[in-house]
Design a binder for this molecule. Structure first.
Ligand code: GTP
Length: 598
């Protein structure tokens, strides 16, 4: 396959990956100027609005090189956020080379390093690309020197590009032809196909993005997943240009798509190997791993009568997002719902937004939680993420929580404030390094629970956008975490329970109680709102009683007016949930739960 080049673009967020991909499509004439719009490959609204890539995409483009030959480029666009590192690694496994895009005004950032390591693990050819050279603040020579020193790559091999105006892109095309090796692979060998992504199409079911490593894939052929054992048949193969274009076959080395009649993307494990059951490969392709959720939250419809619609929406959503895990959950306060597992907080936010926009589902999400290991006095261990299932304190020997090793990169002037943020978040074993003058690299061990909420946003804010962050799972460590309950007139409101570090319990409880106090309307009697850990009350507020009866103003004997008022009150109550004698309006839950993640 001498005329073939498979490569990916990797970059830190906002360094210009999607813009560069846009230029590739335009300059090779795949998309004409009329149909073109920015971030062409980011097809979801949220992707375009937030300027992030969530799903990997593979497009085939043809390039007439200076040597007179036509080359087939398979460009694989990958997500750039820490939540999606595994997907990136699988997309990279489909390539022989990567373009490592570094912003000429920002220089090398943590995610650049993390992605570079992923590429080097796969033994890929790396072409450094210094982007945004059109900007006045660009300092390409400083970045070039940094690429040599910090990344250990040949600085002279870095290309200067402006993805925005196209400067340097033709030279980059030539570098791809000259420097990225064509795929090896044997079309006569047993079929081995890497599945690196899947998306859902309402007519065709799961559409898999694949790289044929060995063998040839043709319609009609039987296939089997090596890891799951599931069998299916090839209905159609083809390539994205950028819409689906069917082909008679995909041979060794080629990247394209397969339609196989599998209904949902949950039937497809990303990273799994497809082979021919009649002549299987000896070994699965390396690197497969089942996706594991990290952050959990319970999801309820804002109005409980919308539950059937939520069930339907979740089923549809799941067709397109294999990483989402869910199971039934119920709360006395919020009714029927689901416990969902997410890859990270960004994944959770994307879920919430898509459910709202695409499926018209307004949701109440409980406070996000990580998974804990609870060692019991009787020697057993529970793995728990749901406060509902938290055992009684007296039965717990100790609790272990997941720790991560975080890598933070930021300009030196923010050292104090970043250190403080890490300490606030219970960071330990901080280690500093100075990879280049004026820049600090901080390695720190942090509890995952402290990172999943808003750590990344906080870091971005306090470093005015210059700080970057990446993490990997480290180990489980004993930790004094407790279950915090909120009681309304002595009754526990289960939807508001959460697992929290002992030192934070009081402050968190007070914050929640105060919020509830604002939201619960006055009743005929006094309402006590309390935060409790185990049997201990750690915070308390009160909603005072109404002084007047609502019907008091109906003097005289006009019974119809009186009835009207009572009726209206009854209708209002329907939209509230009862906790003991107290009516708590739905918006109160939303307000309290939202203020948690603020
Ligand atoms: P993720 O998809 O989040 O990983 O981001 P990305 O790396 O794809 O970044 P994207 O292409 O969305 O670019 C981020 C911002 O930088 C956008 O506002 C682009 O318009 C801008 N940008 C990208 N390349 C250039 C360039 O060469 N010059 C200038 N001036 N701006 C650029």
């Amino acid at each position: 396959m001498p005329g073939l080049r498979n490569f990916s673009i990797i970059a830190h967020i906002d360094h210009g990956k999607s813009t560069l991909a846009d230029r590739f499509l335009q300059l090779t004439g795949l998309v004409d100027d009329r149909t073109f719009h920015d971030q062409f490959l980011d097809s979801m609204d949220i992707e375009r609005e937030r300027g992030i890539t969530i799903k990997a995409q593979a497009v085939r483009i043809y390039y007439h090189a200076e040597d007179g030959q036509e080359y087939q480029f398979n460009l694989i666009d990958t997500p750039g956020h820490v939540d999606f590192t595994y997907e990136v690694s699988r997309a990279l496994a489909a390539c022989e080379g990567v373009l490592l895009v570094v912003d000429a005004t920002q220089g090398v950032e943590a995610q650049t390093l993390a992605n570079l390591y992923l590429a080097l693990e796969q033994d890929l050819e790396v072409i450094p690309v210094i982007n945004k050279i059109d900007l006045p603040a660009a300092d390409p020579e400083r970045v070039r020197e940094q690429i040599g020193r910090e990344l250990g790559l040949d600085p002279e091999g870095a290309l200067l590009v402006s993805a925005k105006d196209g400067t340097g892109v033709p030279a980059l095309f030539e570098a791809i032809v000259a420097r990225i090796p064509p795929p090896a692979g044997d079309s006569g060998a047993p079929l081995a196909v890497l599945v690196f992504d899947a998306h859902y199409d309402s007519f065709r079911g799961a559409i898999m993005s694949v790289r044929v490593v060995d063998g040839v894939l043709r319609p009609g052929q039987a296939m089997q997943f090596v890891a799951s054992g599931r069998q299916c048949r090839v209905e159609e193969v083809g390539v994205f240009q950028p819409g689906r274009v069917p082909r008679p076959q995909l041979a060794a080395g080629e990247v394209g798509y397969v339609v196989s009649g599998l209904k949902t993307v949950a039937d497809v494990a990303i990273g799994d190997t497809l082979t021919d059951p009649a002549r299987p490969v000896a070994r699965a392709l390396p690197g497969f791993r089942a996706l594991k959720p990290v952050v959990f939250s319970s999801v309820y419809p804002v109005a409980s009568e919308d539950y059937p619609a939520l069930v339907e929406a979740l089923e549809k959503y799941k067709l397109n997002d294999a990483a989402l895990d869910y199971e039934r959950d119920a709360s006395a306060a919020l009714g029927q719902g689901f416990r969902c597992g997410f890859l990270g907080l960004l994944h959770l936010e994307v879920f919430e937004e898509r459910m709202d926009r695409e499926y018209d589902q307004a949701l109440v999400l409980t406070a996000p939680s990580v998974q804990y290991r609870v060692e019991m006095n009787d020697g057993s261990t529970l793995v728990l993420d749901n406060p509902h299932r938290w055992p009684d304190e007296s039965r717990i020997a100790r609790v272990l929580e997941p720790f991560i090793r975080a890598q933070l990169l930021f300009p030196e002037r923010y050292t104090g404030i970043v250190t403080r943020l890490c300490l606030e978040r219970r960071g330990v074993d901080q280690a500093f390094a100075w990879p280049s003058p004026g820049r600090v690299e901080l390695a720190v061990d942090l509890p995952l629970a402290e990172v999943v909420y808003d750590f990344y946003d906080r870091l971005k804010t306090i470093t005015q956008g210059y700080g970057s962050f990446d993490y990997e799972f480290l180990d489980w460590r004993p930790s004094p975490v407790v279950k915090l309950d909120i009681l309304v007139n002595g009754e526990r409101v289960d939807a508001l329970s959460l697992i929290v570090h002992e030192d934070r319990a009081r402050a968190r409880a007070l914050q929640m109680c105060e919020r509830l106090e604002e939201e619960i309307p006055r009743h005929q009697f006094k309402i006590a709102i309390q935060g409790a850990v185990g049997g201990r009350i750690v915070a308390r507020t009160t909603v005072n009683a109404l002084r007047k009866d609502v019907t008091a103003k109906c003097y005289g004997g006009d019974i119809t007016r009186k009835r009207k008022l009572l009726d209206r009150q009854a209708r209002g109550k329907k939209r509230m949930k009862m906790v003991g004698e107290v009516h708590i309006p739905q918006h109160a839950y939303v307000a309290v739960l939202k203020s948690d993640t603020d």
